[in-house]
Ligand binder design. Structure first.
Ligand code: BG6
Length: 369
């Protein structure tokens, strides 16, 4: 049942090309327009959306953070991401023109369910992005957009994360189409590029030998830091979460711009730091800024583990290791950049002899508040 893999997690990491492809399936008509049949909220109501609040926990919340960048960029609708367990208690500003989007693999996470119920009581439209048909959260929501990652068995989420990000992109493009205006990027061009991502993820999975070696070599690490910027920031947070969950190592993700405001004090010789580098064409010179962050920490002795696009030579002088991902446009890069971080956590935990599929103290779906 593990399909020849040693663990469910490894199998699920390798199912990611399918998770993305299947989540894209049937979302466009012959004319290339997005059609979301499962979204039962009338189109005229969706046109009235003035703000979006995403509620989720753990990995799903990081998918929501990626979604914020994409949805705001494409629709200019303000998007807020709230941890579901905080949402209900922060007197949320929600009304009938708010779309509350929940993201949950299981559809049973109590914190997320209670947030959705609270949003509905306040009159919001509720839409569930969910991987489990017939589960509670989609049933309690006005609309559902299913991710088609297939059942995820390993406690630590991998393929569901990629499917959630994909579904969020589709939702963002759909809302932009409904409102008749994509403020940036052409929706069809983005969809076309999304359809290329499964092959790129497959390509990337074939390059993970060195990451596995690094993980085995680093199995006695005491702390690992992760830096990212723009959509790479939630990827850094997710990379750190995977390492905490699986390998019980102290791991923290930071926004790279925050480095000089505190975290740089943590850098001492030998400190491993993963850096998720934006593609060179990311606006506002973010690529250049992240490259200088790598230079700064390298000068203080950090072991710089750099995730960079194919062809990005600027990182070479400051990288202890360069992990290459296939080139793609800036917004879609999380679908690739997170993969080496998943593989790293998996192999580091395995090298420590830990149970990768069932880490201590964690449950696949947490049905208590
Ligand atoms: C946690 C799981 O408890 O719940 C995480 O260990 C998961 O992996 C989180 O991301 C949210 O779960 P769900 O099912 O709502 O996506």
């Amino acid at each position: 049942e593990k399909g020849g893999y040693a663990t469910f997690m490894e199998k699920e990491i390798h199912e990611q090309p399918h998770a993305v492809a299947d989540t894209l399936l049937g979302r466009t008509d012959d004319a290339g327009r997005l059609v979301l049949d499962e979204v039962r909220i009338p189109e005229e109501r969706l046109r009235q959306v003035e703000r979006i609040t995403i509620v989720a926990c753990g990995t799903a919340a990081y998918a929501g953070m990626v979604a914020k960048y994409a949805i705001e960029h494409w629709t200019r609708i303000p998007v807020e991401v709230a941890l579901a367990h905080e949402f209900r208690y922060c007197d949320p500003i929600v009304d009938e023109n708010t779309l509350v989007v929940s993201i949950s693999q299981s559809g049973e996470t109590m914190d997320t369910l209670m947030a959705v119920k609270h949003a509905a009581e306040l009159g919001a439209m509720t839409l569930s992005i969910c991987n489990t048909h017939g589960s509670t959260i989609p049933r309690e929501s006005d609309a559902v957009l299913y991710t088609h990652a297939g059942p995820e068995i390993a406690v630590a989420s991998t393929k569901a994360f990629l499917a959630q990000i994909t579904a969020c992109y589709v939702l963002g493009l759909y809302l932009a189409q409904l409102r008749g205006e994509t403020y940036a990027d052409d929706a069809r061009a983005v969809m076309a590029e999304l359809h290329e991502m499964p092959a790129k993820i497959e390509d990337l999975l074939g390059r993970m030998g060195r990451v596995q070696e690094m993980a085995e070599f680093m199995s006695d690490s005491r702390a690992v830091l992760f830096l990212g910027r723009h959509v790479g920031y939630p990827v850094a947070l997710e990379g750190a979460l995977k390492l905490k969950e699986l390998a019980y190592i102290h791991a923290e993700g930071f926004a790279a711009g925050e480095l000089k405001h505190g975290p740089i004090a943590l850098i001492e010789p030998g400190q491993p730091v993963f850096v998720v580098v934006p593609s060179p064409e990311t606006p506002h010179e973010l690529h250049k800024k992240v490259v200088s962050n790598i230079q700064e920490i390298r000068a203080r002795g950090a072991r710089t583990l750099v995730i960079a696009h194919d062809g990005d030579e600027d990182v070479e002088p400051f990288a202890s290791e360069v992990i290459r991902i296939p080139h793609c446009s800036p917004m879609l890069a999380p679908l690739l950049a997170v993969v080496p971080l998943q593989v790293f956590a998996l192999h580091l935990a395995s090298a420590k002899g830990l149970d990768v599929d069932q880490p201590r103290n964690l449950a696949k779906s947490v049905t208590v508040e």
